[in-house]
Design a protein around this ligand. Structure first.
Ligand SMILES: Cc1cc2nc3c(=O)[nH]c(=O)nc-3n(C[C@H](O)[C@H](O)[C@H](O)COP(=O)(O)O)c2cc1C
Length: 178
């Protein structure tokens, strides 16, 4: 797929074809692309956890009581994390990797949605209570020092997403030197 088309087609999809799993070779290409992302001082601080087990993904959907419930319909979930001890910019590095993962998904004919973890409480009304990150740590064999940034839900879309809506972005850009 042409890169321009990848950009134009990328939308957040929260409803997947539950009968269709993501093929192993596609998962390998997603992981390879995400791990090839640039990182501060080439620290390669990004870590990934691949979850394709239905029961575990269902439990991951409870990591936040807002914005994560749709994970129960996702055939695949990839936790994008960073090793805090490898880079002070682990969160930035992991964001770039997650974005490349999502764009690669489009190229592979897949759809995805970012579900945020870092800095979020499990329960909206209990901001000082258990964090989504600690809940995931209790559920998944994440390595020592791994800090989850987000979960990328992946699968084949259950519908054809509309293209990005037109927006007037002129105020978001300033040209210097004109
Ligand atoms: C940093 C970040 C955090 C996000 N967190 C969530 C989330 O927790 N749950 C969710 O359903 N979507 C989440 N999204 C997806 C956004 O809602 C989505 O990208 C936005 O509405 C624009 O829609 P589009 O991706 O289809 O262009 C997140 C996206 C980003 C970049």
């Amino acid at each position: 797929m042409e890169f321009k088309e990848v950009i134009a087609r990328r939308r957040s999809v929260r409803k997947f074809d539950t009968a269709r799993m993501v093929e192993g070779d596609k998962i390998e290409r997603l992981l390879a692309a995400a791990l090839a992302a640039p990182s501060s001082r080439n620290s390669r601080s990004t870590r990934l956890a691949v979850v394709d087990d239905r029961a575990t993904i269902d439990r991951m959907a409870a990591m936040r009581d807002y914005g994560a419930a749709f994970l129960t319909g996702a055939p695949l979930a990839i936790v994008v994390a960073g090793d805090r001890t490898a880079s002070d910019l682990w969160e930035v590095n992991a964001s770039i990797a997650a974005t490349i993962l999502q764009l690669t998904a489009v190229d592979e004919g897949l759809a995805s949605c970012w579900v945020h973890v870092a800095g979020r409480p499990r329960l909206k009304d209990d901001p000082e209570g258990e964090t989504a990150a600690d809940y995931l740590r209790g559920l998944l064999p994440l390595g020592e020092g791994w800090e989850p940034l987000c979960v990328v839900a992946l699968g084949y879309s259950d519908y054809v997403p509309k293209p990005l809506p037109e927006a007037d972005d002129t105020a978001r850009v300033v040209w210097a030197g004109r």
